[in-house]
Design a binder for this molecule. Sequence first.
Ligand code: HEM
Length: 446
Amino acid sequence: MGSKRSSTASADARAFPGPRGLEHARVLNLAGGDVRAALDACRATHGDAFVFGVGAIRFHWFLAADAFRFVLQDAADAFGNAGAYGFLEPIGGTGALIATDDPLHLERRRALQPAFHAREAAAWSVLADEAMAGFVAGAVERGAGALVPDLRPVVLDVVLDVLVGPATRRRHPGLATDLAAMMAFANLPMLAQQVRLPIPATPWAAFLAARRRADDAVLAEIRARRADAVDERGGVLDWLLAGDADPATRLGERELRDQIVGLLSAAFDTTTSAIAWTALLLARADLRAPVADELAEASSAALGPMGDGVVKEALRLYPPASAILRRVRQPVAWAGAPLPVGARVGLSVWHLHRDDATWAEPERAEPRRWTERSGPWAAPRDPFAYLPFGHGGRRCIGEGLARTLLHAFVRQAVPRATWSPLDPAVRPEGTTLLPSGGLRLRWHRT
Ligand code: HEM
């Protein structure tokens, strides 16, 4: 649909479509509770691209693959990340990788990239397998319980080990809890996050208190390593500190803090959510059985195609990064409608992955989409139809770690247990689409 695109605003520009007047008020009201419901309502009237909202929550939304290609590839230079993820800024600050624009972003990303190289993954796999084996043993022992609150600390520990090293976890035992409390604020509905009054017992006050403690811990760790006052080091933090060797690449304390807290916060609720939805799919006997067979026959530790297909379906149906956000940096237009500089842009990955123009029966979990290369189920060949980890220069830097944890869960849980949901309907909630009720499960030893 190349005719829709243009990279500069033309003189005979038309207004960007979207709800007005009463319809706008209705959509805003819907968005207060559930942004996806508001997007559904807008799509019914305005199609796959529209604008709604006010102030910091006014977004130009795009729901289909051709617009993802435009924003993330063809006209990528016209869009930036700085100021786009307002809900993450209180956590990771303006120095976090996700919040910076090129050329600074490129420089920082290059410095970080080696720490996430595939050769590190073997070590992550050992950590992740051990953590997930322990988690499954505990879950089976308890017999029933909500998955998310039990799994989140397990994921957090692995993420902390990889990013700041196990010794930091021991030196600052409260860090994991404080990070989880900070993310809880970012998972509130967008409107609720706008209420930032420092009144005791409000979510914002709890957030500020958790951030103060987490910052103290991270800054103490940075200072101790710089002063060479620690016995044990390790993790991605050491890669960042390696920049100290050259005054041109030495990061300030605040920037280091933003990088580390930004990485930590991008990592654990997204991955916990993805594992939870994978678990819900694997509660179904028809999806579990082929994965169990495959694991029983496997000669290596790698997940087979059916297991991988279930993980991919969980990420398709419940993408933890449910929207990719941008700010317009240069004048640009879509289908003749201009997007002004500074405008906020939202790419709804949720809608992309459930688009019935590209996916057969999109609501159905069907691992064959990923094992069959042709036929009715085969996944679309368009690379912009499926983007759980984003695309291009801003693609998720932690994808390998997230996949390692997801695969470890499947490998460790399926041979040891079966499980069934205790609630009849589970809904995705919050920014990272965590399952409602924390996904309450009953576990059975196999
Ligand atoms: C299932 C789990 C995860 C999902 C679905 C996910 C998804 C994404 C997506 C879609 C983006 C692109 C955002 C954009 O284009 O603006 C992204 C970026 C990012 N992710 Fe992840 N992520 C996951 C886990 C992780 C983990 C484990 C880490 C850290 C170790 C991480 C760190 C980051 C960072 C730092 C960025 C910003 C990259 C940049 O702007 O250059 N993510 N993630």
